[in-house]
Ligand binder design. Structure first.
Ligand SMILES: O=C(O)c1cc(=O)[nH]c(=O)n1[C@@H]1O[C@H](COP(=O)(O)O)[C@@H](O)[C@H]1O
Length: 243
C-alpha cells in the first residue's frame, strides 16, 4: 500500500454525509476515486450496508470508527469490524498498549474466521483538530505536540499495528523514526483554495505526500465543493508532479 501507487490512488475521500443516498450520489459522481472512507456519521446512519455497496462498486474502504475503550471491548469491536473485509480500520492510540495489542490480534482473528484479508489497523496519534495550545491547556498533556504524536506512533508500532493516522505536520518526523514499512495516513489536508474549517494542523496535498504520507484523507474540500469532480481533479493535478 502507499508509495507504490499512483497519486490519485493515494487520496481517500471521506464520505462524511448523513445517509446512504448522499454517499452513493458522491461515489457515482467521483468515478475516478478508488478509495473511500466511511466514518462515524455515515456508518451510524447506514450500518454495514454502505460497505457492501462500496465493495460492489470495486472501491477500497477505510472504515474509520476510531475505537476507544478498554482492551476487551476494543478487541471485540475490531474482531467484528475485521469480518467486513475492509482495507483500513482505526483505533485511538490513547486506548493504551494492552488494548492496541488485543485489538491487533482480534482483527486478525475476525478476518480469519470469515476468510477475508485482515484490515490494516492504524492508530490515531492526535486528532488533527487539536492545536498545541489545546493539547497543553485542555488535555493537560505536558509534552510538545510533535513529541506526543511521536510517542503515540511508537507505542502503536511496538504494539504491532500497521500504521497511524497523523497530521501532515508531523508526518516527516514519523516517517523518519518509524521507517518505510509503517503506514502513515494524513487527514487535515487542505489545498490552498479550500477552507480550513475545524482542522488545526494542516498542509497542502503536495506538501503532505512530499513529507512522506502514504495516503491522504480529504473530505470537505471535495465533497462540499460546488463541483466535486473538479475539486478532485485539481488535487490530482497538484499531486501529479510527485508520483
Ligand atoms: O481518522 C481520521 O480519518 C481523522 C483523524 C484525524 O485526526 N483528523 C481527521 O480529520 N480525521 C478524519 O478525516 C476527515 C477529514 O475531513 P475534512 O476535514 O473534511 O477533509 C474526517 O472524516 C475526519 O473524521
Amino acid at each position: 500500500m502507499g508509495s507504490g501507487e499512483s497519486a490519485k490512488q493515494r487520496v481517500i475521500v471521506a464520505l462524511d454525509v448523513p445517509d446512504k443516498e448522499s454517499a452513493i450520489a458522491l461515489v457515482d459522481r467521483l468515478e475516478d476515486v478508488t478509495f473511500f472512507k466511511v466514518g462515524l456519521e455515515l456508518f451510524t446512519s447506514t450500518g454495514p450496508k454502505i460497505l457492501e455497496i462500496l465493495k460492489s462498486k470495486q472501491k477500497r474502504i477505510f472504515l474509520d470508527l476510531k475505537f476507544d475503550d478498554i482492551p476487551n471491548t476494543v478487541a471485540g469491536a475490531c474482531r467484528s469490524a475485521a469480518r467486513y473485509g475492509v482495507d483500513l480500520l482505526t483505533i485511538h492510540a490513547t486506548c493504551g498498549r494492552e488494548a492496541l495489542k488485543a485489538a491487533t490480534e482480534a482483527a486478525h482473528q475476525g478476518a480469519g474466521q470469515v476468510g477475508v484479508k485482515p484490515p490494516k489497523l492504524i492508530a490515531i496519534t492526535l486528532l488533527t483538530s487539536i492545536s498545541s495550545r489545546q493539547l497543553a491547556f485542555d488535555l493537560k498533556i505536558p509534552l510538545e505536540l510533535p513529541e506526543y504524536a511521536l510517542e503515540m506512533a511508537l507505542m502503536a508500532q511496538e504494539s504491532g499495528l500497521d500504521g497511524v493516522v497523523c497530521s501532515p505536520q508531523e508526518v516527516a518526523q514519523l516517517r523518519q523514526t518509524c521507517g518505510d514499512n509503517f503506514l502513515l495516513v494524513c487527514p487535515g489536508v487542505r489545498p490552498t483554495w479550500a477552507d480550513i474549517g475545524d482542522q488545526k494542523r494542516s498542509l497542502t496535498p503536495f506538501q503532505a505526500i512530499s513529507a512522506g504520507a502514504d495516503y491522504l484523507v480529504i473530505g470537505r474540500p471535495i465533497t462540499t465543493a460546488a463541483d466535486p469532480e473538479l475539486a478532485w481533479k485539481r488535487i490530482c493535478e497538484e499531486l501529479s508532479a510527485i508520483a
